[in-house]
Structures are given as structure tokens and as C-alpha cells.
Design a protein around this ligand. Structure first.
Ligand code: C2E
Ligand code: CA
Ligand code: CA
Length: 579
């Protein structure tokens, strides 16, 4: 049914129109003032809005401006109801971007005619467009959720399926089987790409054929699969499934180029007793799988407490990480963000480095997860924020056209209750304008408590801080889910940028992501740009900014300053100055 929102402060008029619309079989909603109107519009996304001009607090122009600024509501047809038919008034109404106006008092026929005209026009304009977008979004979702070789769910979809199975389950436990192909690279190394794809496909088919419809099998990477048995919780039954999979895989595989023998190892762990979430469950099942492979493979094993998941090494790392916080062994490196249209450095991403006296330079990929687990990320992250903002202020004061610093915010930091006050405090102390800061968040920070996250993000945005969604494509939310969060920038994960010109799946993903993001009024940053070919592709696709080794690695502040001083640009862009 067509939804129409009526924003009008005079109750009799509002009620009249609502009645009229209901009688015409529209789904009609009313709002008694501009503020309520804006919030209802965002909530119900009506097909058309009828709005009074003169209202206390937020008048009709204010409502229109607010809605046009929000990509989600920007395109909703908007008809003004204006009491005074003075020309100046009407002109202002139309100039402010309304689609039409009706003067009060009006007859029902006049109003309905205006509505019908608007709706018809809107359908003609948006139908092909909406359809194309929907197709792009569907294609993207498929690409992001399925493995392109086997068409099995990938890691992302696996998570979703797992969440579904857990919420549907009764008292039974759920078994997760982690399957690794034994010494598989020895086989594939001798094969051409197409042949190893064919082999993998046949392997995937055999695994699927052993299972029932309700079970899930996903491909994690080249030689690893995960199976979730939806209904079976008893060890005996699970063992027999594992046994059948192994037996079936033992039969030879026939390809045009020869016959191949494959064996696999399976590790098994149970929800909830051996893991409350899929990460822990996979970790344990994988540990059991590796332990099986060490014993010769072609077998299965249940996870037991004797199998080592986190080695003693992690404990040592944690101790030295704690010490590192006390001794301040961290540094911030800066990686330039380059605007593709101008070739100019417009900002930088701050990336933490740990220079350990015993281990040397430790990669954040190694210690951030641990810092996150132990809570040490909170003081570390705060220090990074403080340091990076201070540095930005210095560069701005020195007159460099350096507009923004991007700082990563971990899930743990993001869920701190007084986050925005803390950030405000830091910015005020440094006297840095909030618009010079962009916070990068990953999906995992947002999905656990979406409502809380939206509220926090809105708070930060109100201050003028920019928000980016980081590593897009590696999480498990679809772009349509992410629409509800108020982002400014979408950063496409480097796994999609890599080989974007030769890997057709990545080409399709990049293409769809950039199109959809622009449609949501988001800027797009591509990370991990390493080659000129990748860069050219991004320019063609009208990606907004890039970062990557092609332009510069992350570097210490002093070196970054040299880049600024030399006015280094991407060569060949509009102001073609070579570096
Ligand atoms: P990220 O946020 O996705 O950061 C981008 C990573 O890509 C950085 O890795 C960067 O060095 C790397 N990179 C940039 N260009 C290229 C390229 O052309 N090719 C390749 N192969 N890699 C490139 P880095 O510095 O090792 O950081 C890893 C991750 O650690 C970051 O990923 C981020 O998630 C996290 N991290 C780093 N600093 C912080 C921090 O201060 N706070 C938090 N919470 N996380 C941080
Ligand atoms: Ca980042
Ligand atoms: Ca990233």
C-alpha cells in the first residue's frame, strides 16, 4: 500500500486529510509538528510527504532540508501545503526543493490530483533506477556471501547460518565440524588453476551429498571447510557423519588431467559446551583438526581440553603487552589518504606500531586482537587518538592543507559508556576541530547492539566528527543493513582491491560497492592499492580516495611531514605534478 505522511500542526486540517487519504486506500500517518514529522519519515520511509509550511519550532522548510540531507529520505516526493498563496511564498517553497505545492484551503480533488501526479512521476523516475540498484545489491550480497568456486556459503554466511541455527535450537547441542584437506597444496601445486577449481568443486559436492538439507557446509579458504549439523547433537551420530564424509572423499576423483586421491581430517566441537560463539567453536574444532593431521590425517577427532588452542606464547605476549603500555613502547605511523580527483594528500590514517625492546617491531595484526581481549586496547587506543590528533593540529597550524586524520576505534573502545565525552575532552584540550577527525569502525563494533551503536554514532556526528566503516566486505552485514548507521565514508577492504583488474569477482564487487555507496551519499576509500592498474580501475569507477603502498606505506610523522612539504601528489591526476 502507498504510504503518505501528513505533517501539519493544525489538528482539524491534519485529521481531515488523513481521513481523506484513508478513504482513498492510502496508508496514512500524521505528525503534529516538524520534528515529529522528520523522525516518523525516517522510521516509516513514506512514498510521499505532505507538509505544512508554517509550523512552530521546525517549519516546513526545515523539515524539507533535514529530509533532503539524509540519503535515506532525500528522494521522497514532497508536497507543501501553504496557507498564503502569495507568490513569494510559493517561490520559496519550490526553490527549497519541494516537488509541488497545494494552497490551503483546497478541495479533496485538488489534493488527490497533486498526490496522483507526484506518485506517477516518482514511479517513472525511480523504477528503473531502483530495480538496477536492487539487482546490484543482490549481486553484491551474493558475491560477498558465497565462495565463487564451489558456490558454497563462505565464512560470512556461515556466521549468519550459525546464528540462525542457535536461535532455532531447542535444548540440543550443535556440532561444528572443521574439515581440512590433508597436504592439499601438494596436489594443487601440480595442477592448472581450472583443474584445481574443478577438483575443489567435486570435493565440495561430495561433502554436501553426505549431509542432510538442514545442515550447512561452508568453504573457509583453499583447503578448509566447516560443517554445522543442525539437528544432531549426539556424539555417536556426529561421529558417523564425519566417518561417512571421510570415506566418500577417499574414493578417487577423476578429472580430464588424471585421477587424484584426497584425504581429509576433521575436528569436532559442540555448542554450547565447547564454545559460546562461533569463533571459539571454530578455534577448538580447528585445533582438533590440526591435531588429527599431526597424527597422520584421514581421520576425525573430538575436541578435548587436552588439545592446545592458545599456546603459552599468547600468555607471554600478554605480559609484555601490559609492560609496553606502562613503558609507552608505542608509536603512531601515518599512511596518506589521497583524493583521486586531485591527486592530493587530504588526510592520513593513524596506525599504531609497537616497538618492543625484545621482539622488535610487532605488527598490530598480532597484538590488537590480544589487546582487545584483555581490555588493554582502551588505554592504547586513547593514546593513539591523543597522539594523532595532536600531530594533526601541528600540521594544520603549519599551514598544510591536511584536512582529516582517521583513527581506528576498536569494538571495546566503542562500547565504553563515556566515549563521546572522552573524545570531546581530547579535542578541546588540543583545540582541534571535530571535523578534522574521522573514526574508523568495523562492523563487529556495530552489530552486537545496533540501537546503542546508532545512538553513539549520532552523538559523535552531531559533534561534527566523521564516521567511516572500515574493512567493508569482510563483516557479515549487508549494505542494506548498514544503511541505518550514519556513516560518511565506506572503506573497502584491501582483499577486494587486490587484483581488482584480473579477478572478475573482485571487479564485480568493487563496481557494485562503489555504485551503492555513492547512492547512499557515502564517500568511498579503497585501501591497499598496490599497483597502477588497481589505481586506474578505481579512478574509472570514481572511487573518492585511496591509500596503499602504491602511494606510500604507513610512515613516522617526520617522514610524513616531508611528503607534505614536498607536496607529493599522485602523478597523472588533474594537476599533473610528478612527486
Ligand atoms: P586497517 O585499519 O585495515 O589498516 C590498514 C592496514 O593495511 C594497515 O596494516 C596498513 O599498513 C595496511 N596497508 C596499507 N596499504 C597497504 C597496501 O598497499 N598493501 C598491503 N598489503 N597492506 C596495506 P597495519 O598497520 O598492520 O594494521 C593492521 C590493523 O590493525 C589495522 O587494519 C587496524 O585494524 C588495526 N590497527 C592499527 N592501528 C590501530 C589502532 O590505533 N587502534 C585500533 N583499534 N586498531 C588499530
Ligand atoms: Ca582502518
Ligand atoms: Ca581497513
Amino acid at each position: 500500500m502507498t504510504k503518505i505522511l501528513v505533517i501539519e500542526d493544525e489538528e482539524p486540517i491534519r485529521e481531515n486529510i488523513l481521513e481523506l487519504l484513508a478513504a482513498e486506500d492510502f496508508e496514512a500517518a500524521g505528525a503534529e509538528n516538524g520534528l515529529v514529522g522528520v523522525s516518523i519519515a525516517r522510521e516509516i520511509l513514506p512514498d510521499l510527504i505532505i507538509c505544512d509550511v508554517m509550523m512552530p519550532d521546525l517549519d516546513g522548510y526545515g523539515v524539507l532540508t533535514a529530509l533532503r540531507q539524509d540519503p535515506v529520505t532525500a528522494a521522497i516526493p514532497f508536497i507543501f501545503l501553504t496557507a498564503k498563496a502569495e507568490r513569494a511564498d510559493l517561490r520559496q517553497a519550490m526553490e527549497s526543493g519541494a516537488d509541488d505545492y497545494v494552497t490551503k484551503p483546497c478541495t479533496p480533488t485538488e489534493l488527490l490530483k497533486a498526490i496522483a501526479a507526484r506518485l506517477k512521476r516518482q514511479t517513472n523516475i525511480t523504477k528503473p533506477y531502483t530495480q538496477a540498484l536492487r539487482q546490484a545489491e543482490e549481486r553484491l550480497n551474493h558475491l560477498l556471501h558465497y565462495d565463487s568456486v564451489t558456490n558454497l556459503p563462505n565464512r560470512l554466511l556461515l556466521r549468519e547460518r550459525f546464528a540462525q541455527i542457535i536461535s532455532d535450537r531447542q535444548e540440543n547441542s550443535v556440532a561444528l565440524l572443521f574439515l581440512g584437506l590433508d597436504r592439499f597444496s601438494r596436489i594443487t601445486d601440480s595442477l592448472r588453476n581450472q583443474d584445481s577449481d574443478r577438483l575443489i568443486k567435486q570435493i565440495a559436492e561430495r561433502i554436501s551429498e553426505t549431509l542432510s538439507m538442514q545442515d550447512t557446509v561452508a568453504r573457509l579458504n583453499a583447503d578448509q571447510f566447516v560443517v554445522i549439523l543442525a539437528t544432531l547433537g549426539q556424539r555417536q551420530t556426529v561421529a558417523s557423519v564425519a566417518h561417512s564424509i571421510l570415506l566418500y572423499l577417499n574414493e578417487p576423483f577423476n578429472l580430464d588431467c588424471g585421477q587424484f586421491f584426497v584425504t581429509a581430517s576433521i575436528g569436532i566441537a559442540f555448542y554450547p559446551s565447547e564454545g559460546e560463539n562461533i569463533e571459539n567453536l571454530m578455534k577448538r574444532a580447528a585445533a582438533a583438526m590440526f591435531s588429527t593431521q599431526k597424527l597422520g590425517g584421514n581421520n576425525y577427532q573430538f575436541y578435548t581440553g587436552n588439545i592446545d588452542v592458545n599456546s603459552a606464547e599468547a600468555l607471554v605476549l600478554e605480559t609484555s603487552l601490559r609492560r609496553a603500555v606502562e613503558r609507552n613502547e608505542f608509536h603512531v605511523y601515518y599512511q596518506p589518504l589521497v583524493e583521486l580527483s586531485s591527486g592530493n594528500i587530504v588526510g592520513a590514517e593513524a596506525l599504531v606500531r609497537w616497538l618492543s625492546p625484545t621482539r622488535g617491531m610487532v605488527s598490530p595484526a598480532e597484538f590488537i586482537p590480544l589487546a582487545e581481549e584483555t581490555g588493554l586496547i582502551v588505554p592504547i587506543g586513547e593514546w593513539v587518538l591523543q597522539t594523532a590528533c595532536t600531530q594533526t593540529k601541528i600540521w594544520q597550524d603549519a599551514g598544510f592543507s591536511f584536512s582529516r586524520i582517521s583513527v581506528n576505534l576498536s569494538a571495546r573502545q566503542f562500547s565504553q559508556p563515556n566515549l563521546s565525552q572522552k573524545i570531546v575532552q581530547i579535542l578541546e584540550n588540543i583545540n582541534l576541530h571535530p571535523s578534522a577527525l574521522e573514526l574508523e569502525l568495523t562492523e563487529s563494533s556495530l552489530v552486537e547492539n545496533a540501537d546503542g551503536a546508532i545512538a553513539t554514532l549520532n552523538e559523535l556526528k552531531k559533534l561534527g566528527i566523521h564516521i567511516a566503516i572500515d574493512d567493508f566486505g569482510t563483516g557479515y552485514a549487508s549494505l542494506s543493513y548498514l544503511k541505518q548507521f550514519p556513516f560518511d565514508t565506506l572503506k573497502i577492504d584491501r582483499s577486494f582491491v587486490h587484483n581488482v583488474t584480473s579477478d572478475s569477482q573482485n571487479t564485480a564487487i568493487m563496481n557494485a560497492v562503489i555504485q551503492l555507496a555513492h547512492n547512499l551519499n557515502l564517500k568511498v576509500t579503497a585501501e591497499g592499492v598496490e599497483t597502477e592498474a588497481e589505481l586506474n580501475f578505481l579512478c574509472e569507477q570514481q572511487c573518492d580516495t585511496m591509500q596503499g603502498y602504491f602511494f606510500s606505506r604507513p610512515i613516522p610523522a617526520a617522514e610524513f611531514e616531508k611528503l607534505l612539504i614536498s607536496n607529493k601528489r599522485l602523478a597523472g591526476r588533474s594537476q599533473s605534478l610528478s612527486p
